[in-house]
Design a protein around this ligand. Sequence first.
Ligand code: ADP
Length: 253
Amino acid sequence: MEPNLNDSMDAELMQALYENHALQEQIAMQTQFMHLLTHQLATPLTSLNGSVHLLAEPSLGMEQRQEFLTLVQQQIHRLEHLLQDLVAIRNLETGILETHPVLFPLPALVEEVVEAFRPYSITYQFSPDLPEVWSDRWQVSQVLVNLLSNAIKYSPNGSPIEIGAMPLSAGWVQAWVKDSGLGIPAADQSRLFERFYRVKHSDRQNIEGTGLGLSLCKLLIENQAGQLWFESVHNQGSCFYFTLPTVSRGNQL
Ligand code: ADP
């Protein structure tokens, strides 16, 4: 039977409505992104402005001058960090970041990354039969750096951190970074991977960050065809897990 004119018009209308809805959602997301970014830029800029004004004061003593200079350095560092994370996310989302998967042993990469965090106490739990992983070595190193610096940052008591990995099902390895630090309140857990999302709890109000690290880690792991997730109990600690393939995957870049 021939499709009648009304049917094809309905289909076109449905398609247009669907596209309009998708566009509206995209615009809403962009607006929210701009709102959050503005907030992230405003805080260090206000602080920089204040410090620079005070530094211009001729009567300022050497000690105070040094204090304000340290503040300026901290805020510049914060802006640099924000820019680095934003560029990395943009490059991943637009496909600019080239991915070069190779076969490599994860424990060797972990040891290299951990070197930069010494003398913090870190223990290893690697299965003896751990297969090599098929991933982009640099991208996985960025995930480890982010997860490890979070584990340290949110463990103000200096409690030890564990990094481990074991074979999962055929073709997969599961790795983790575990701490016994502040943990994540249950109410915040579902939003943790959102861009710019930071936990607002008095136990971490003086800990600096951009709220971009975990969303970047998630994108990087998914770029290897793996998954990233966590388990956490507030005031007890957190464990971030991720999987990596041991062989080339069709859906991997
Ligand atoms: P940032 O650390 O820059 O705020 P992230 O995206 O890395 O941003 O983390 C988002 C939030 O998740 C943080 O604000 C922090 O409260 C919480 N978080 C992340 N990792 C941990 C951890 N290991 N222990 C406790 N809280 C964590």
